[in-house]
Every structure is written in structure tokens, then in C-alpha cells.
Design a protein around this ligand. Sequence first.
Ligand SMILES: Cc1cc2nc3c(=O)[nH]c(=O)nc-3n(C[C@H](O)[C@H](O)[C@H](O)COP(=O)(O)OP(=O)(O)OC[C@H]3O[C@@H](n4cnc5c(N)ncnc54)[C@H](O)[C@@H]3O)c2cc1C
Length: 405
Amino acid sequence: MTPFALDLNDDQKAVRDWIHGFAADVMRPAAAEWDEREEFPWPVVQEAAKIGLYSLDFYAQQFFDPTGLGIPMTLEELFWGDAGLGLAIAGTGLAAVGVLTNGTDEQIGTWIPQMYGDAREVKVAAFCSSEPDAGSDVSAMRTRAVYDQAKDEWVLNGTKTWATNGGIANVHVVVAVVEPGLGARGHASFIIPPGTPGLSQGQKFKKHGIRASHTAEVVLEDVRVPGHCLLGGKEKLDERLARAREGTGGRGGNAAMATFEASRPAVGAQAVGIARAAYEVALDYARTRVQFGRPIIDNQGIAFQLADMRTRIDAARLLVWRASWMATTGKRFTAAEGSMSKLFAGETAKSVTAQAMQILGGNGYTREYPVERMHRDAAIYTIFEGTSEIQRLVIARSVSGMQIR
Ligand SMILES: Cc1cc2nc3c(=O)[nH]c(=O)nc-3n(C[C@H](O)[C@H](O)[C@H](O)COP(=O)(O)OP(=O)(O)OC[C@H]3O[C@@H](n4cnc5c(N)ncnc54)[C@H](O)[C@@H]3O)c2cc1C
């Protein structure tokens, strides 16, 4: 049996240092520019692809790291570099996880490589679940997928919103209603292959933070995809729907939820990276900024804030690592440990970046210093992939066994 350990092994440390180098040398110098441009940073993703940091091989290696720490370690370093650029690099991962959790081996082998492309021609992917009237309430989804048996094709109609990489993706993974009346258990996920007619980008959102990441509506008008684009296959879907109709289906019936459950600790790791970055800037600043004849860190009011910031960041990382370790080693979440990690890390990123701005005083409020951007970036971490309120709902239901509303 492997002894209990909380430190990274030598291989992991080498990978972490390599990512850190990219984050420090390539991402940080480019971060402010792409934030201002508010455009998808293809050249940065291309740079990451050139060194193998944006590649299916690299993510597969980290995803299957037996300790479970490969993905959180990778994401923490990337988002320490910059969250907008980090999400441009990591956003494809959500769609990839959508296929990994719901797809057959053949679908995994066919579609995930097309999500990343290669170093000569990088591609990205999008996971489209949210809709204008179905955000936290996934069961209110309206996008419909209807099976055309004669042609063995699915026909999709509807509007998705808030899709990271929506419209610029090579491969879109779309969650749709296949049987109305069953709520979220009547949903299924579909691959929309590159160039499929009927899929178009709606409005691109202008955002508060993570502005280098592309977020847009995705409109589906009579989008026809072959039967093999239904993730998991028709037989499995029919069995699942039959169980749901009889009221015997388990929680595995919800396609979007399966993806979110698997990705929550990873999102928590991103938040830890942002918080750590802001904390480091604040610590440096507090040591060097002199007021009243001494560095401001000499005041307990400042030093204690830094102590609290660091404590919260370390606690958040431990929750993220625990959830990732549990997921990878097959331990069942019994108290929504994935949601706990995302909730605490998201709230930590938001509060730590706000404290960092305060410690930098006027400078913290300007774009001359990065904490202003980090604070804007951190704000999304209590909203996407399930808001903080929804994480609390999931945890409360899990620990109480009650249908808390
Ligand atoms: C930048 C960005 C990127 C995103 N990327 C993706 C993506 O790639 N794919 C995707 O599918 N989606 C994506 N999303 C969507 C995101 O997951 C949703 O915004 C989120 O789930 C919240 O949904 P909503 O915005 O409709 O808010 P609402 O659900 O309308 O919530 C509004 C407020 O009400 C609260 N609330 C709602 N229900 C309850 C309740 N029962 N109890 C207590 N409080 C409640 C919420 O917590 C929130 O504070 C993205 C969003 C953003 C902003």
C-alpha cells in the first residue's frame, strides 16, 4: 500500500516546474494585453501546443495520474500565470471530460483528439449545457434532440448560452432533451462534429473578467448529426430512459451533472492558482511599501490578513487535492467533497483577491498592478460550474439526505 503523503513526487515536481516556467515566461507577460483585447489568445495557445502543454497527450497523462494530483497541480500553475489565458488553454478540458464521462471508447478515441488538434493547427472544444432559462436549474433545459430513425440521425434545435469556446470550437458537446417530462434524466449529450450545418455562434459576451476566454451563445437550427454522435450510444440511452420512466434510474441519468461532478475539483484548482498569485503580489508589496516609516507588513492589521489569506489558500488546495484523490482512487463522494472543494476555493479566490487589492491601496485599484485583473477574474469562480449557492445546496442535500430547496 502507498504510504499517506501530501507532497508531490519527483516527476510531478518536474512537470509543475515546467508549467510554472511557461506561466511565468509566456503567460504573465501576455496577460494584460489579452485581457484588454478581449479576444481569444490563439498565439498563446499555439505556444502552449508547441511545447506539448496544450495537447491531448499531456492532459491524458495528468488525468490518469494515479495520485489524482496531476490535473489540480497543472491547473493551479496555469491559473497562477493568468486566469483568462489559463481558461483559453484549459477550456477544452470540460468538453473532453464530457466525452470521457459519457462516451464509448470509440467516441473517446475519435472526438477528443479533434478537440485539441495539433501543434501545427490547434483546435478547441466547447461544452454547451446552460441556456437562457436553464442555468442553475438544468432540468429547465429546452434544447431538443429528436431521433430520425429512417436516417439514423439526431436533429437538434435550441439556444445554448455562456458556452466557453462556443462557436469557435472545432467540436461542440451539446446537452439536449431527448425525452421531455423526465427532467434532467431525460437529457443526453451529443457531439456536433466540425463544420456541421445549422450550428452558429450567437452573441459573444463582454465580461467582467477572464476576458481572454471566449464566451458566447451557440444557436442550433435543425442541426443533424449521425446516430453515432449520441454519447454512450442509443442502446444505453434507451435503457436509461426506461429506468427513468419506471422511476428506478439512479443519479447517473443526468449527462450534464456527470460532467460537472468530475470537473468541480479541477475548477477549484484554478481558483487556488488565482488566489495564490494575488497573495504573492500582496506579500511582496506589503514587505516593501513603507508608510509611517516602516513596511506596511509591520502592522498586524496587514500581517494578519496575509496570514489568513495563506491559511485559506492552503486549506482550499487541500480540499481540492482530497476531492481529486478520492475521484481518481475510486472513493465515493459521501458529503459532496467535489462541491466542497469548488465552493471553498471559489470563495477563497474572491476574498483573497479583494484583500490583495486592499493591501496594495491605490495601486491595487489600477491596471498597473495585476491584482485588479485577478480580482475581476476570480469573481467567476463563485458563479460558473455551479454557483456557490448551488454547491451549498448539493453539500446540504448530501450530508442531510433531505431534499433541501
Ligand atoms: C464566463 C462564463 C463561462 C461559462 N461557461 C460555461 C460553459 O462552458 N458551459 C456551460 O454549459 N455553461 C457555462 N457557464 C454558465 C454557468 O455555469 C451559469 O452561469 C451558472 O450555472 C449559473 O446559471 P445562471 O447564470 O443562469 O444563474 P441563475 O441560475 O439564474 O442564478 C442566479 C442567482 O440565483 C441563485 N440561485 C438559483 N437557484 C437557487 C437556489 N435553488 N437556491 C439558492 N440560490 C439559487 C444563484 O446561485 C445565483 O446567485 C458559464 C458562465 C459564465 C459567466
